[in-house]
Each structure stands twice: as C-alpha cells, then as structure tokens.
Design a protein around this ligand. Structure first.
Ligand code: SF4
Length: 418
C-alpha cells in the first residue's frame, strides 16, 4: 500500500492549529444552527468471527472523533452507527426539526457499499440535499471510488477527506468564513470550490470545474494531509460519546442521543486514540505512508485523564487503543503506563486502581513488546488486558520484524504470567 507523503519539514501543521480553527469556526454566526449527521457505514454481510457479537458493543473511534470535532466547532451534530440504527436515511434526518446541512460518511473498504447508498439517498433530496463529505479508511486509500456513483455515474461525494480531523476543520473553517447570509453550506462549498478557495487545504479530493478532452469531470486532489503532531490537540472523546443515535429501526433520527448514563447498556468497549504510527516500514502495510513515517501520541497526563473521565462518566470498563504499535518508543510508553497506573478511579463510590477499574486492549509489534518485556508488569498495573500482535511469519523469510520463535514463546509466557 503506497500513499504520497509531504516533503520533509512540511509534514506537521503549526502547533495549536486545531484549537485555532475550532475557536474561529465556533465564533461565526449561525454555525450552531447547522444540523450535521455523521454516519459510520456498516455492511451487515461483513459480520464475521472473531469479532461477531463484540463488534456491536464497540463504537468506532472514527465516529466519535468526527462528532467531537463538529461539536467543539459549534455545530449541532448527531452520530449514526449503522450497525445500531441501520435504517436511518440522510433524506429523513431532522435535528431540532431541520433537515441536515452536512452529512459525513465514514467507512472501511468492506463497508463501502452502504456508504455509497447513503450518498445516493442524500442526492434524492435534489437541490435541498446536504453537503456530502466522505472520510475514513476507504476514502483515504481510494477516494476516487466516492465519485461516479449511481446508475448514471453522476452521483458523488462533494469532498473526500484523505486525512484526519484537521482536514475536516480546515474545510469547515474555509466554508463558514465564506458563507453568505442565507446561503446553505452546500452553496457556500460550491462557491469556495469554484473560486479555488479549497485548493490550499491538503488532504481533500473533490470534483473541479475542469473537464478533460472528452468532456468528463476532473478530480482535484490537494495532496497529502498535514498531521497534528501533538495528539493532545484533538478534542476530548467524551464529547462525541454523548452525541450518538440510540439503537432503533426507524428511518429518522431520535429526538435525543443516547444518554451518557445509559451508554454502558449498549457499549462494552470504548475506542481510544493513544498513539498513531509505527516505526517499522513493512512494505505491505499502509500505516507507514499514512502516518508519513511519524509516530505520534497523546501525553501521559491527557491519557490518564481520558481513561478516568471515560470510565467514571460512562461506566464502560473496556478500552480499545487504536494504536499501530503502542510499544513503539520505550520512554513514551513507560511514561504513559506510569501515569495511567498512578490514577485512581471512583467506581460506584469505591476507589479502585487502574488494574481493577479498566481493561485496556491495544496493538503492538511482538519485537517491541519483547524488547521492553520488563514493562509488562507495569502495563498490567495500568490496566492493560490484551495486546494484539501481527506475527505473520515466524521463519523471518517472508516478513521480518525481528520476531523469532524463541522470543515469541518467551513473550507469551511473560504475558500469561502477568
Ligand atoms: S509492524 Fe505492523 S503496523 Fe508496523 S508497519 Fe509493519 S505491519 Fe504495519
């Protein structure tokens, strides 16, 4: 899997950019009146072991991240997880009695079919349709698939984000800054696009005004995203968790999202962003290029706070770290684990430590866990409960990440002991 990267020295956005954009957008008149529906597409045909049953009890982190960004920027947003509310249609969505003005759809490759159907449904609204934005893994690796939809190939997303929350916020900032009085978000987007006001926002793909020699529309790709270096800049995930549509079979949105004190009835595990990236550069893996050879993380203090707030507020004990390689950097990993292990939790009026209060599951390379195996007891004290490994080849002949049978056996022995 290959993606282009930004040139050295231009990979990261300026520090503080997320807060700057959120503050600017939220201060603009009328933003709070813009209804937004964020869909996480799910194709029921893809349900399979080993995630069957558990898959319906974990909210995708991408959905809560997008919701947190929209809400922090002042929008009236609701999130729809299609596994829970499969029949909700963009054309039927109303928030506070108003049709949505922005629809986002996030999908993995295997869930792209319902993502495309959502877009087609939104287009059935004609000129009253919302601005349609697509994101997530499918959009990152194959953004062009979000164009040329429908029987005639004339249905498409308005813009596809090939990056993270920052790309969305940059786009929203540009649209809201240029939106005229009484102009819809879609109208403002079209004007920005046609006046080339979106061309300097990296991480977007949209249909330009240009036509090729055969008269066909041309896609404009603004290049690889800039990354938020300090993940503490991202909005707190607790925000998005309060904006999720309840489980139901209706086509419309409920009057209210799931109440925070009822979330644990449907959510068994919360997805949490701790680190992003991996120091290994395996040829078959898209993570290295997507992360532009960087490894980023939240601070130990921020993560300790997130675990505490999420555990105490939502009463959900399991956490899934959306990590690529949690043990990538020893010093950082040790600092994070130390901070989490030192945190106490108030669970039902009783004080508990991390080992008692949380069950943190994450992903890491076998080599880095083995090399830092002295941290395994600390990881357990920090509530670490499971680590997923990608051990593709013990012979080292096809995939060499430094793993060997001896190291792997020893590592699993230590994990089992703890
Ligand atoms: S070790 Fe795993 S996450 Fe890291 S680059 Fe290789 S396959 Fe990707």
């Amino acid at each position: 899997m290959e993606l282009p990267m930004r040139s050295t020295g231009d990979v990261f956005a300026p520090a503080g950019r997320v807060a700057e954009l959120i503050g600017r957008i939220a201060a603009r008149p009328g933003v709070g009146d813009i209804p937004v529906a964020c869909f996480y597409a799910f194709d029921v045909r893809t349900r399979m072991l080993p995630f069957l049953f558990y898959d319906s009890r974990m909210l995708p982190g991408g959905l809560t991240a997008i919701l947190s960004a929209f809400h922090s920027a002042g929008f009236n947003a609701r999130g729809v997880f299609q596994m829970w509310s499969p029949n909700v249609r963009p054309s039927k969505c109303r928030l506070d009695g108003k049709p949505i003005q922005i629809m986002t759809t996030t999908a993995m490759q295997i869930n792209s079919a319902p993502s495309f159907e959502l877009i087609q449904d939104a287009w059935s609204m004609g000129e009253d349709r919302p601005l349609i934005l697509a994101g997530g893994p499918k959009a990152i690796y194959e953004p062009d698939h979000y164009f040329g939809l429908g029987p005639k190939g004339d249905i498409h997303a308005d813009a596809v984000a090939t990056g993270e929350e920052l790309v969305l916020l940059e786009l929203l900032d540009r649209i809201t800054a240029n939106r005229g009085v009484n102009e819809t978000v879609l109208q403002a987007f079209r004007r920005c696009r046609d006046e080339a006001l979106l061309d300097d926002i990296p991480g977007l793909v949209f249909m330009s005004k240009e036509r090729d020699a055969g008269g066909r529309p041309v896609l404009h790709n603004t290049g690889p995203q800039r990354l938020v270096q300090d993940l503490d800049e991202l909005p707190h995930p607790q925000i998005g968790l309060t904006l999720v549509e309840p489980k139901h079979r209706a086509e419309t949105l409920s009057p209210m999202p799931i109440s925070p004190n009822k979330l644990h009835n449907v959510v068994r595990a919360i997805s949490i962003v701790t680190t992003r990236g991996c120091r290994f550069g395996c040829q078959f893996c898209g993570i290295t290029a997507y992360s532009q050879r960087t490894w980023r993380h939240k601070s130990p203090e921020r993560l300790a706070d997130e675990f505490k707030v999420l555990r105490e507020k939502f009463n959900v004990p399991y956490f899934f770290g959306a990590d690529d390689n949690f043990f990538n950097d020893r010093q950082t990993t040790e600092s994070i684990l130390t901070a989490i292990a030192a945190t106490t939790y108030n669970i039902g009026g009783k004080t508990k430590n991390a080992r008692q209060a949380i069950r943190f599951c994450t992903e890491a390379t076998a080599t880095d866990v083995y090399n830092n195996r002295d941290l395994i007891p600390l990881a357990r004290d920090a509530g670490t409960w499971a680590i997923w490994f990608g051990i593709e080849d013990l012979s080292l002949k096809l995939v060499n990440k430094g793993q060997t049978p001896t190291k792997t056996i020893e590592m699993f022995r230590l994990l089992n002991e703890n």
